[in-house]
Design a protein around this ligand. Structure first.
Ligand code: FMN
Length: 237
């Protein structure tokens, strides 16, 4: 009887100890799991941070998709729009979209508080006057956390052989020190004119890349392959 009692007691003791052990292991394993997931989260966060810090690209562009149906051959007058799948876009806007489609990055359209006239002659007159007076049109939107970007791909139309004045406003608003600026232009025959030098003067502590893209408005609508090839060649993916 005593032997049976001792045996029963031993079995109960072993069971209770093993149950205890099980509970302990569950807790430990639980806390290990949560530590692991925190660690993993930290790793992921770090990884994501590193990736985004290393390759954070802003594609900023200015465009005015004119409301014109012109067949004028003047280098300055001409269709300033691309129509794809019924969507009407400015030339520079279209190129900026292709760049983003190719390499990713954040797209930012530089917009002014006062909208530009879409009628061609009125637009060119206003642009000429702004340039003559060296105006800085007020911008209506702003880049959040500009400091997070290492590279700014900057697209604009050639306006009277210069940057459109809102692009001056944009370049003077932010600190580009240590960043790379990669310009691209759409134009009616003048290419960049002296705009890349102007960008360097406005942001002397930025590196203005030589790997630029200049597209005549005549070629923009068919330039998808050229734009993609250029964007891929920037090594920013
Ligand atoms: C106000 C204005 C001035 C322009 N001046 C020039 C110029 O000096 N040289 C040139 O090659 N093209 C000139 N153009 C043509 C534009 O650069 C060209 O149409 C460009 O692709 C327009 O881009 P967007 O549609 O993105 O605004 C001018 C266009 C406008 C509206």
């Amino acid at each position: 009887m005593k032997r049976w009692f001792v045996l029963l007691w031993s079995v109960l003791l072993v069971c209770s100890l093993s149950a205890c052990g099980k509970t302990d292991r569950n807790d430990v394993s639980g806390s290990r799991d949560s530590r692991a997931s925190i660690q993993q989260k930290e790793d992921t966060t770090d990884g994501t941070k590193n990736v985004s810090t290393d390759s954070k690209v802003l594609i900023a562009y200015f465009t005015v998709p004119e409301d014109v149906k012109t067949s004028d051959n003047d280098a300055i007058a001409g269709a300033s729009i691309v129509v794809k799948d019924s969507e009407k876009m400015g030339n520079t806007e279209y190129v900026a979209g292709l760049v983003q489609k190719t390499i990713g990055g954040d797209l930012f359209r530089i917009e002014t508080k006062d909208a530009y006239p879409l009628e061609h002659d009125t637009l060119v007159d206003q642009a000429a006057e702004e340039q003559e007076k060296e105006l800085r049109p007020e911008l209506s939107n702003h880049v959040e956390n500009f400091e997070q970007y290492d590279t700014v791909i900057l697209g604009f139309p050639n306006w009277w052989g210069d940057l459109p004045m809102p692009v001056y406003s944009f370049l003077e608003e932010y600190d580009f020190a240590g960043k790379t600026i990669i310009p691209f232009v759409t134009h009616g025959g003048s290419g960049f004119s002296a705009t890349t030098d102007t960008i360097s003067q406005l942001q002397p502590d930025a590196q203005v890349s030589d790997n630029t893209l200049s597209l005549s408005r005549e070629d923009v609508a068919d330039a998808e392959d050229e734009v993609k090839k250029w964007a891929q060649g920037l090594g920013l993916q």
